[in-house]
Write a protein that binds this ligand. Sequence first.
Ligand SMILES: [Zn+2]
Length: 421
Amino acid sequence: MANPLLITGASQLLTLRGRGPRRGNALSNLGIVKDGALLLRDGVIAAAGSRAKVEALPEAVAAEKLDVGGRVVLPGFIDSHTHLIHAVSRAEEYGLKIAGASYEEIAHKGGGILNSVKKLRSATSEALKLRARAALREFAGHGTTTIEAKSGYGLDVASELKILRLHRELNEEQPVKIVSTFLGAHVVPLEFRGKKDGAERYLALLMEKLLPEVVVGDLAEYCDVFCERGAFTVGQSKKLLTKAKEHGLRPRLHAEQLSRTGGTQLAVELGAASCDHLEQVNDADIRALGKSGTVATLLPGCDFHLGLEQYAPARKLIEAGAIVGLATDYNPGTSPTTSMPMILSLACSQLRMTPAEAIAAATINAAYSLGREKTIGSLEEGKQADVAVYEVEDYREIPYYFGMNVCWMTMKSGEIVWMRD
Ligand SMILES: [Zn+2]
């Protein structure tokens, strides 16, 4: 067992203490302690509070000391929506997007998700791992300590299992925690298109062959569906997610991104952990989310990268009492970023969330969406010592500086996993 560690010198310690998740006005409550300190023991927080209080503890006297020099300390970010494993970037589509081609037009030209599927199927596990490892270092380097990762660029039995196994292997070999989600229903793969009942036959493959393998191998905690025009209908999504639930996989959904399909109502009906995107929600959807335990996870990086004008109605969702979360949606087609601070900048400037709301959405509410609010997402006694320290004196400067990395140090379970030179 390592010595306890006393961290002092936090100009602001953002504890996020209290019962999560945060709704409405409570979303702004960061539980800030000025001149804060943390005492860590065996990777867990033993005490969090004012310097005077924590320093006075008998255990703190003998502890190792780390003074963070007046910087801001907060819980490591939890990125609850990523597509970690993919073979290459889709930079070749970037010019088309800038010229005004829609996401769907690019897909018609052989680009989009199916392009990533083709590349992934022919990539070796080792090559995929190399790329994912580099991304994981970047996540840690921006202050993220836990990510959710989805399959969905394989779309056949072998390739989907390959991705899910990589989630497990990568989780074991490096410090950023990976929570695995099965997204076999990302789109209908090429070999099923043009066939009679192609989508239904692909769904049957997912439900009868792939899902049981995922369950037997314990390869995912969640099952997600891209419920969208050109992907899967509400009826198809319901069929698969209901089956997944029977197998013990909790639903998540991609819903109302490019068109309103009714996916949000389905998410609420199924008690999904999270319903993500939500650019096209209507007032009834907002009300339903407001009364539910399903997290409304907003992904402004997509709209920014695609140059879209319609962002999700974050203010209305907060006012309706929805549990709003934020994530990067790290993926090669629509949101190539691992930077949660950049997502906070977009949440502030485009979604009109305050810096405080954005931080709570990306920590305690994101933890809740992954079913981990009791162990991560805040800096409180008994929780994992997942800590991010930023090179700023005031937390509002984290989203204020954009496109710069102001992360100074990241700790996972009490170990320093990233530090500025
Ligand atoms: Zn996504």
